[in-house]
Unconditional design. Structure first.
Lengths: 191, 956
């Protein structure tokens, strides 16, 4: 079923692909909202032990917003591109908020009923990773995007290569070096 | 590191990674021979390239979102000792630690106590330190509704603990629900809680963490507040003077707590408000979807809570997180029995009280817990409460301040949200059998029609540059209502909801700033759509009074927009046909009587628009009769006191038009009393304005009676109400124009007193303000009226030229634009402005032109005269017009060239005077001030002129 909302998203994607910057501005809040909603759903309601595939998450958002009749592969790629970026934002914000709350003396806050799926160490790692990614994007924006797609949107090497329009081999190589670099940065930042 | 350098490192690293560990050394030896730094970089990166499984990046983030392992426990078993106490059993655990039932181990006291341990994570030393500082104050809190703090210390293992009165009780919310306490009993319980908090506040102790979890009710029904001041002891950020406490329980925290601002007693007022909200409505003041801390904080600091009486209707989706929350039916079952009862009980006072406690700004809440409790007591005693609905202008003003830049964007966002709502709705319709979704659908439509569009529209209404956003919003709303109603047939609930949606949309469309013909048309179209939907529902439910009434109401609303046209008449007839039938079948239903009475009011307006004053009067009387009936039979019917006062005032106004000025004054006095009574029983503050308007009407009637002193007194009383209100709410254009209207009235009175110079001055000052105020030129008193009275005062000063200019401007202002139906009142006013223009011309010696104006006046008024209806204001205009013509002829005699010509002119004048007198004789209880409040040549003066003519003619 094509709904009013999905038509809008599809149109925006097409317009963006044709070089309309404003379309992206309109698109981001839509996708963000949807992703945030779905992510929240998973983060809060999924039972412990259930593995959540971030790919599934992004796919769900895509299907909800654009529908099954994919307009063009390229639009889908664009969509994943934004989604990955937004997923990063959502999850990192989530972690930062929790950390900020703790630093603010909010020691009681994490009472049992509010325990959320992100363990504390993961929060810290995530924030460190986000910081490191920012530095990486200054050095090599492409690598930073690859990490975003792989880590935050959970795309495979193949999917990532398609979304980025580069060869799988390049993705693989860039991923490996980025991984090493990030790991080192995070360890340095933490010490 | 530069990007170039990184590329270089990357290349080497890539190759190295692809090699076996053993081959890496030789490779690097070769490649980095001349660049030791490069080698070092690559080696450090290789070192951090750990084997799979240890790098955070090796698994996509979401895959590793596992549940947090349960926190370590420091549980203690029975018999274990802590300080001087022996543990009996664990009775609870919370954020701060575990709670045990305990007893003195030394046998000194056998009384059982509650012992709370403070879990790790705290700076033990400072907790103990703070406890030492606070203990005296806390231990001195001795109140029947406060659990005592006895002792505290540190165990041998270094665990800090607190010892308190052991309260054997149930959490207040569970207690209320288990015992099915009705609202009154819940309030009585809550007032006791307030007294405890108030007691502590008087001793400078703030609770900081009021929540149902801290309020237990004993078997005897006594509420006990736990943990007073504990939050402060446990707060690491507490210093000597500043307390910046992050809320321990965000659901009950105040906005200032969330923002980390200093905490005052007002914060406890807020938390009490949240508790009260939940006791009454069984819902959180924040929408249930708000789950994360961030969203919750956002809601607490920025979202205005829904009224409890509406919140109970909130549907709870029973999937996922809200499982276990109760439905509206379940809520009512443990409160007032039925939904409508509960709603009625909460609407008004209690809504206002709770929302006042929950205001975002501490200074706008109750200034003390005592005041909150006092308002609740007043409510329980049936006395008027101090809490008022938050004014709309305040709310929207705040919205705009907060979102200065983002308002337009918000409107667009809202438009998109609407889109989302509709998608969901359409899906919901497809899954017709899915009850959950069906329920959600209602919520969505209600959200759509009740808040989303309209509130945002209202808030951006006066914002410059928001017009396109507003238009988009309305277009979207219409589009989606249309889409939904396309497949709403056979679903009466949805049809009703949609009809209300259209109706509200129509109101907004009709009120739009650029209310040109197009918008009025759009509003009419929406009204018609609402009508068809209501008609469909009514047809399917012929025995449902409310459904039939809705149809009547829509016809009545439609009739109002075409009041002086044929279709308006038809619609009103249809409405009255329906309400007439309902009076027979369900005549005791106050809703039926109310609808019928409003129809009579419209009928009265319709008659008076035509100039059929006697029928107008009769209809106003019918309106009042029905309102009196409701007031007698259903004194609690919503707004009836005010509506009754309004009907009385309207009748009073009409009576004055008919010359029944004594009766008019009596009715207006009664109306004023009624409004005052309504205010006392909690009606919104704008009723005070209505009382003031009635006083201004009274002032005008007194002017017609030439009771200048009384008129001044009425004016003074009106000022006393209007001026403070206008000062408080400077953005309110209506109050601003009211305030200017008062000055205008003063100018009128000065003119009538013959104090022309001050009159001119007063009127000019007021007029300048009026023009600068940005009110539309039709807002009372109106530009035309200003020019009329400025002209009148200038005439008194014998500055005829300036007077003439004013009268001419008045004529232009009062002229009705082509195509607009002429209301009789407008016609009469326009006619009088022609007469005035003629008078000024006459004084300037321009007899010909003056006569033209008088003729013009008579022509203007003709439609009102030929109907053979008793249109008193029109008689005044006619009498004055003919008198003017007579005066013009008499003036011409001065330049008559022959006696013959002179006699002819005098005879001519006499005929006009005769006509004037004829009209005067039709006027009951004539006055020199017309019902439209203009000075006319009085009956006596006309009679004297006529006598003079007759004498002259006889003498010849």
């Amino acid at each position: 079923m094509e709904t009013g909302g999905s038509r809008q998203v599809t149109e925006l994607l097409v317009r963006w692909r044709q070089g309309d910057r404003q379309a992206l501005d309109a698109l981001i809040p839509l996708v963000y909202e949807e992703l945030r909603r779905i992510a929240q759903h998973f983060l809060q309601r999924e039972r412990p032990g259930h593995t959540l595939q971030s790919t599934a998450l992004v796919h769900e958002a895509y299907v909800r917003m654009v529908g099954q009749n994919l307009p063009q592969w390229q639009s889908r790629a664009h969509f994943f591109g934004i989604a990955a970026q937004l997923m990063r934002q959502i999850l990192v914000d989530h972690a930062r908020t929790r950390q900020a709350a703790k630093r603010g003396g909010d020691v009681f806050k994490l009472s049992l009923d509010e325990s959320s799926a992100l363990p504390e160490q993961k929060d810290l790692d995530l924030i460190a990773l986000d910081d490191a990614l920012k530095s990486l994007s200054d050095l090599d924006p492409q690598q930073s995007r690859i990490v975003e797609l792989r880590y935050f949107a959970g795309l495979t090497i193949e999917d990532t290569s398609e979304v980025m329009g580069i060869s799988p081999a390049t993705v693989k190589r860039d991923w490996a070096t980025a991984r090493a670099w990030l790991q080192r940065e995070m360890m340095r930042g933490g010490s | 590191m530069t990007p170039e350098r990184w590329q270089q490192i990357k290349k080497v690293l890539e190759v190295a990674l692809a090699l076996d560990t053993a081959e890496r050394g030789p490779y690097l030896d070769k490649t980095c021979a001349n660049d030791a730094d490069l080698r070092q970089e690559v080696e450090s990166l290789l070192a951090s390239h750990q084997p799979t499984g240890k790098n955070i990046l090796d698994e996509p983030l979401a895959n590793i979102l596992a549940a947090e392992p349960a926190p370590a426990r420091h549980a203690m078993g029975t018999g274990q000792r802590i300080g001087a106490y022996k543990i009996i059993e664990e009775i609870g655990r919370g954020g701060m630690g575990e709670v045990y039932r305990a007893v003195r181990a030394d046998g000194e006291f056998t009384k059982e106590v509650a012992l709370k341990t403070v879990r790790g994570g705290f700076d033990v030393a400072s907790v103990v330190e703070r406890f030492r500082n606070e203990r005296q104050i806390l231990a001195s809190l001795d109140h029947p509704n406060i659990a005592r703090l006895y002792d505290g210390g540190t165990s041998d293992e270094g665990i800090p603990y607190l010892v308190m009165e052991l309260v054997d009780g149930v959490l207040i919310d569970s207690y209320c629900d288990a015992d099915k306490l009705n609202i009154t009993r819940r309030l009585e319980l809550f007032v006791q809680v307030c007294s405890a908090v108030q007691y502590a506040h008087q001793r400078l102790v703030i609770h900081r963490d009021i929540k149902p979890g801290n309020i237990l009710v004993t078997k005897e029904g006594v509420p006990k507040l736990l943990d007073f001041g504990i939050a402060k002891i446990l707060d690491p950020a507490t210093t000597m003077n500043v307390t910046l406490v992050r809320p321990m329980t965000p659901e009950y925290a105040s906005p200032e707590q969330i923002r980390g601002e200093p905490i005052t007693t007002a914060s406890d007022v807020y938390s009490l408000g949240v508790v009260l909200y939940q006791l009454l409505a069984g819902r959180s003041p924040y929408r249930t979807e708000t789950r994360t801390r961030h969203e919750l904080s956002e809601a607490i600091t920025n979202t205005e809570p829904e009224r409890p009486s509406t919140a109970i209707l909130r549907r709870i989706p029973s999937d996922g997180a809200d499982r276990g929350k109760r439905t509206a039916e379940q809520l009512c079952d443990v409160r007032e029995g039925s939904l409508s009862k509960l709603q009625k009980r909460l609407a008004g006072d209690l809504d206002n009280i709770v929302l006042k406690a929950l205001r975002k700004e501490p200074q706008r809440r109750y200034s003390s817990v005592e005041q909150l409790a006092e308002d609740l007591r007043k409510h329980l005693d049936g006395r008027p409460v101090s809490a008022r609905k938050d004014s709309w202008s305040y709310r929207s003003g705040k919205f705009i301040r907060r979102h200065k830049v983002g308002v337009t964007a918000s409107a667009l966002a809202a438009a998109m949200l609407v889109a989302g709502v509709v998608v969901t709705l359409r899906e919901a319709r497809i899954a017709e059998n899915n009850r959950l979704r069906a329920e959600k659908r209602f919520d969505d439509v209600r959200k759509l029609s009740n808040s989303l569009i309209f509130e945002i529209h209202d808030s951006i209404q006066n914002l410059q540059g928001a017009t396109p956003a507003r238009k988009l919003l309305l277009d979207r709303a219409l589009e989606y209502l249309d889409k939904l109603s396309a497949d709403a047939s056979g679903d009466p609930d949805l049809q009703r909801e949609l009809a209300w949606g259209y109706q509200r949309l129509a109101v907004v469309q009709g009120n739009s700033e650029e209310s040109n013909l197009g918008n009025v048309k759009a509003a009419l179209a929406s009204d018609h759509k609402a009508l068809s939907l209501f008609e469909a529902v009514a047809k399917a439910n012929p025995s449902n009074t409310i459904d039939q009434l809705n149809v009547a109401m829509m016809h009545r609303i439609l009739s109002f927009s075409e009041l002086s046209g044929a279709s308006g008449r038809e619609d009103l007839e249809k409405a009255m046909e329906i309400s007439g039938c309902l009076l027979k079948t369900d005549g005791q239903n106050p809703k039926v009587k109310s609808e019928r009475s409003i129809e009579y009011q419209n009928l009265a307006l319709m008659y008076s628009a035509k100039g059929d004053r006697p029928h107008a009067l009769e209809s106003y009387q019918e309106n009042l009769k029905l309102k009196e009936n409701i007031l007698r039979a259903n004194p609690d019917y919503r707004g009836i006191v005010r509506a009754h006062a309004m009907a009385t005032g309207q009748l009073g106004d009409e009576l004055a038009q008919e010359g029944q000025r004594k009766e008019s004054l009596a009715a207006l006095d009664k109306a004023i009393l009624g409004f005052e009574e309504a205010i006392k029983s909690g009606a919104p503050p704008d009723v005070a304005r209505e009382a003031a308007v009635a006083r201004i009407k009274k002032c005008n009637v007194q002017l017609m009676e030439s009771d200048i002193a009384d008129a001044l007194e009425s004016l003074r009383e009106a000022s006393q109400t209007i001026l403070p209100m206008a000062k408080l709410d400077p953005e309110n254009t209506m109050l601003r124009s009211d305030a200017i209207g008062l000055e205008f009235e003063r100018g009128v009175i000065l003119t009538l007193q013959g104090k022309y110079a001050s009159a001119v001055e007063t009127l000019q000052v007021a007029f300048k303000k009026y023009e600068a105020s940005g009110v539309s030129s039709e807002d009372p008193p109106g530009k035309g009226a200003f020019h009329m009275w400025l002209g009148e005062a200038e005439m008194g000063r014998r500055d005829f030229k300036v007077a003439l200019q004013h009268f001419q401007k008045a004529t232009m202002e009062l002229a009705v634009p082509e195509g607009k139906a002429i209301h009789d009142d407008f016609r009469c006013q326009l006619a009088e402005s022609h007469v005035k223009t003629g008078r000024a011309l006459l004084s300037l010696g321009k007899m010909q032109e003056a006569s033209t104006e008088f003729q013009e006046a008579l022509e203007t008024i003709t439609p009102s005269l030929v109907t053979a209806l008793q249109d008193v204001p029109a008689y005044y205009a006619a009498a004055d017009g003919y008198a003017g013509l007579g005066d013009a002829r008499l003036r011409e005699t001065r330049s008559a060239k022959s006696d013959d010509e002179r006699s002819k002119l005098i005879a001519n004048a006499r005929d006009f005077y005769v006509k004037s007198v004829e009209y005067w004789q039709k006027i009951p209880n004539p006055s020199r001030v017309s019902p439209s409040v203009f000075v006319v040549k009085s009956e006596g003066e006309v009679a004297r002129s006529l006598a003079r003519c007759k004498a002259e003619l006889a003498g010849n």
